[in-house]
Ligand binder design. Structure first.
Ligand code: C2E
Ligand code: MG
Ligand code: MG
Ligand code: MG
Length: 276
């Protein structure tokens, strides 16, 4: 019996390894086809004022309308896109669609944000290209913000700071995404022209749980730093009213999360705008 089980396990393992390799190849092939066919779509999730849930902006999040598997979230395909060198092409398609779709979302104020992967900052003309895109789609650059991560900032700090500076001059502000997950060093933040810091969901998750003390301390420290620098703070991944209240009590002004709305196509927010 043990022997049979052992053999079965081996076969299963072997199968799954082979399947994994085939999946990656298959996915890469499908991604190329998806770029050609234009199967990517921007979804939008509101960023709200925590006091009254008024939407101050929307984050554009990529989705893949797969021909057979339905709507796929980025965790299902961005890693392979990155490895196979397709991420930039996919991103530019996505950014264009997001700018084209977002005009009605920002008509009465507010902004949209785009997630920019570190790779884009290896091109010194990223800012030029982004501004060309806003011109071509007729999107007001002052209503566009970009989200970058700690990894991006610290990759080549001087080069990145220059690109961010030029974008800021063109009225495109920057937000620091997933803050607290990377180097978590508060010391370098002031060296970059940031309008906004987004506290990673992992810290918000544990607010109101047994692990809340440590998270509260981190959130409190981020808030103190950001406020001293005049930077806005958004708490990511708010799912409960308790979390919202805890954040308000700590002086956090803005948030984002399923409590206020899941990512949806732009039309959803135009037809039924978030309160306010
Ligand atoms: P992110 O930029 O940190 O985006 C927030 C993620 O958290 C989104 O996942 C969003 O759907 C999810 N989220 C929002 N509120 C809640 C909540 O209350 N609870 C939970 N559990 N999750 C929440 P999504 O859309 O799957 O995107 C995942 C990541 O993929 C993003 O993380 C971002 O890093 C990346 N990404 C998304 N769109 C793009 C894009 O157009 N280009 C690039 N390069 N990366 C993108
Ligand atoms: Mg983001
Ligand atoms: Mg984030
Ligand atoms: Mg994240």
């Amino acid at each position: 019996r043990a022997k049979a089980a052992g053999r079965a396990r081996f076969v299963l393992f072997d199968d799954s390894l082979q399947r994994q390799a085939m999946d990656v190849l298959g996915l890469e092939h499908e991604l190329r086809a998806a770029i050609a066919a234009g199967e990517f779509e921007p979804y939008f999730q509101p960023l709200v004022r925590l006091g009254d849930s008024h939407a101050i902006g929307y984050e554009a999040l990529i989705r893949w309308r797969h021909p057979t598997r339905g709507i796929l979230t980025p965790d299902k395909f961005l890693p392979v896109a990155e490895e196979s060198g397709l991420l930039e092409a996919i991103d530019w398609q996505m950014y264009r669609l997001a700018c084209a779709a977002a005009a009605p979302l920002v008509k009465s104020g507010g902004f949209i944000t785009l997630n920019i992967s570190p790779r884009h900052f290896q091109n010194d003309d990223f800012d030029e290209r982004l501004l060309r895109l806003t011109a071509e789609t007729g999107f007001d650059p002052s209503k566009l913000r970009i989200e970058v991560t700690e990894g991006t900032l610290l990759g080549d700090p001087d080069a990145v700071a220059k690109i961010l500076d030029r974008l800021r001059v063109a009225c495109v502000e920057a937000a620091l995404d997933d803050f607290g997950t990377g180097y978590s060093s508060l010391g370098y933040v002031h060296r970059f022209p940031l309008k906004m810091i987004k506290i990673d969901r992992s810290f918000i998750d544990s607010l109101g749980s047994d692990r809340s003390q440590r998270s509260s301390a981190v959130v409190g420290a981020i808030l103190a730093l950001a406020h001293s620098l005049g930077v806005e703070v958004v708490a990511e991944g708010i799912e409960t009213e308790l979390q919202r209240q805890a954040l308000v009590a700590m002086g956090c002004m803005f948030g984002q999360g399923y409590l206020f709305g899941r990512p949806k196509p732009a039309e959803h927010w135009v037809e039924a705008p978030a309160e306010g």
